[in-house]
Ligand binder design. Structure first.
Ligand code: ATP
Ligand code: MG
Length: 442
């Protein structure tokens, strides 16, 4: 394993000063998985004050110093170096009461949550793996370091971290660890909601999100209790092959791994349980469910502290997931004029996810793909879908004798004409059409 030059140099400098130092945590895990780490963390026997002496005169950030972390600004980017630590008691279920600096790498690794993240690596000494992280990595297993109940009692966020890692790496959760997650899940109420939101979002965006949503569903219902009624709910409807939860999970897996799309997919049908009716033929219906889904999604968004900007976009996608986007160019242009290209594409993605989740209607997917080709055609041809692209502007209208509000009104009417028929978008034609409208209006 080759370390970036900045990290290798920092290790060499600290060790020359007599302080044992290792690369640790996610970067060791990722390198062993054959993945390039997004950052490298070091840990060291040096105390913060000792680190400051070793790196005197270099560019550092001292913001994490009381927790034992010095950030060294290297040519490869910021490098976090943390003093070997053992955490004290956790009386609030989330934060250690005190951080205690220790002199042994083993004690530092013992405070970490999962074996695959509790390994250290050194350019000469190689891998230090006292908890069997490498074996677990090879088996694709997420296992708590030490007694899992204790570890989740200390810090309940680890329960969600486990589910999130499973979604990121496709790991199974070792049996005793999984059982402790379920036993301790109520403690998730102690965790700051922003942290819960962050872990859930990372889980949803993981390449194995579907797996985590299935295997950890009971744990995930602690922060998202509104979704539990979807479990195993039979749709009793020929359009659907799966129950509401399995449909949802498949739809989540299907959309691009963007937080907005993944959350919208998770929540799009959460109103279904409350709306289910069964007709005299035994067929299930869910009339009005998007509205109820929006209400539930708004509650979840507020509780998990999503930004109001994110919430607004999320609720639009949930509300409109069921509405047709049109099937002819004219309608595509109109919808584009109303909602813009970005939202149009988001709705398209949501609809595709929804259809795949239904598992029954390949011809619907064909139709959506045709719609997407139409959309691409309209965009590529730079067809007019906004006042900006109209071949005439306010000055032209003024020249025709219009004033005040009538200018804007006329431009909108001309846009309507062009949305219907793009060939009308020339200055000459539009001036003529405007004059005709003015005569009619008299
Ligand atoms: P990522 O790729 O998401 O950064 P990571 O494993 O590096 O994964 P971080 O959150 O960056 O995760 O944490 C770095 C290391 O610190 C982890 O590998 C783990 O050993 C330890 N750690 C982080 N959070 C906790 C926690 N809540 N409880 C125990 N150990 C933790
Ligand atoms: Mg990390």
């Amino acid at each position: 394993m080759q370390l970036p030059a900045g990290a290798a140099r920092a290790i060499a400098l600290l060790e020359a000063a007599g302080y044992e130092t290792w690369a640790v945590g996610g970067c060791v895990r990722d390198r062993l998985r054959g993945v390039e780490p997004h950052d490298y963390d070091l840990c060291t026997a040096a105390t913060p004050a000792e680190m400051q002496t070793v790196f005197a005169g270099e560019r550092v950030l001292e913001t994490g110093l009381q927790h034992g972390t010095l950030t060294l600004l290297t040519a490869d980017g910021p490098l976090e170096i943390t003093t070997f630590r053992a955490d004290g008691a956790y009386s609030d279920g989330r934060h250690p009461d005190a951080v205690r600096f220790v002199r042994s790498i083993r004690d530092d690794l013992a405070r970490r949550d999962f074996t695959v993240g509790a390994m250290a690596w050194h350019p000469e000494r190689g891998l230090f793996d006292p908890f069997g992280g490498r074996d677990d990595l090879a088996k694709g297993l997420l296992r708590a370091v030490g007694n899992p109940d204790t570890r989740f009692e200390e810090d309940a966020l680890r329960i969600l971290r486990a589910a999130r890692f499973s979604a990121q790496f496709g790991f199974a959760i070792e049996e005793k660890t999984a059982a402790a997650m379920r036993r301790q899940r109520k403690r998730l109420s102690l965790v700051a909601r922003e942290r819960v939101q962050d872990e859930l979002t990372r889980l949803l965006c993981g390449p194995f999100a579907g797996r985590a949503l299935r295997t950890c569903r009971d744990v995930l219902m602690q922060p998202l209790p509104e979704l539990a009624p979807m479990f195993d709910l039979d749709q009793q409807n020929g359009h659907h092959r799966y129950d509401v939860w399995e449909h949802t999970v498949r739809a989540v897996e299907q959309v691009p791994n963007d937080p907005l799309l993944r959350w919208a997919m998770l929540l799009h049908d959460c109103g279904k349980p409350a709306c289910k009716t069964v007709d005299e033929n035994g067929v299930g219906h869910f009339y009005g469910h998007p509205k109820v889904s929006v209400r539930i999604a708004a509650g979840i968004s507020c509780r998990l502290r999503f930004s109001s900007e994110f919430e607004k976009k999320l609720l639009v996608l949930v509300a409109q997931h069921d509405r047709p986007l049109g099937d002819e160019e004219k309608i595509v242009r109109r919808r584009l004029a109303q909602i813009g290209e970005e939202r149009f594409r988001q709705l398209l993605a949501i609809k595709k996810g929804d259809i795949v989740g239904q598992g029954t209607q390949p011809q619907d997917m064909e139709r959506l793909c045709a719609l997407e080709r139409m959309l691409n055609g309209v965009i590529e041809a730079q067809q007019c879908i906004s006042l900006r692209q109209l071949a005439v502007d306010g000055n032209d209208m003024r020249a025709l004798g219009l004033t005040g509000e009538r200018i804007g009104d006329m431009l909108h009417r001309l846009l309507e004409i062009v949305l219907d028929d793009p060939t009308q978008n020339t200055a000459e034609v539009l001036r003529r059409r405007a004059r005709a409208i003015m005569e009619e209006d008299i």
